[in-house]
Design a protein around this ligand. Structure first.
Ligand SMILES: [Zn+2]
Length: 93
């Protein structure tokens, strides 16, 4: 089971790195990480990935926090700014 866990974690980590690389290729997020540390202080890292949830909340976070958030908040997902979005799909004719 250790090997299976390792492979699963490696794949997830690669997806996060790929999402961060896409943001970086477009000039970076231009934001500081919006997550807070356990003592309620701001995270001083630059944001790498945009997360969202099904309630419409969004946040730019660093790779360390995106990993933690995706584990702790099952409703969160990596938000993409590629493509035309759901509205374009729903309005197609
Ligand atoms: Zn952070």
């Amino acid at each position: 089971m250790v090997a299976a866990t390792y492979v699963r974690d490696t794949v997830r980590f690669s997806l996060l790195r790929e999402a961060a690389a896409l943001v970086s290729a477009r000039g970076g997020a231009g934001h500081q990480c919006q997550a807070r540390d356990p003592h309620n202080g701001p995270c001083l890292s630059k944001a790498d990935v945009k997360l969202a949830d099904s309630m419409g909340d969004k946040a730019w976070v660093c790779l360390a926090h995106v990993d933690e958030i995706l584990l702790m908040v099952p409703e969160a997902f990596i938000a993409s700014e590629d493509g035309r979005g759901l509205a374009a799909f729903l309005s197609r004719s």
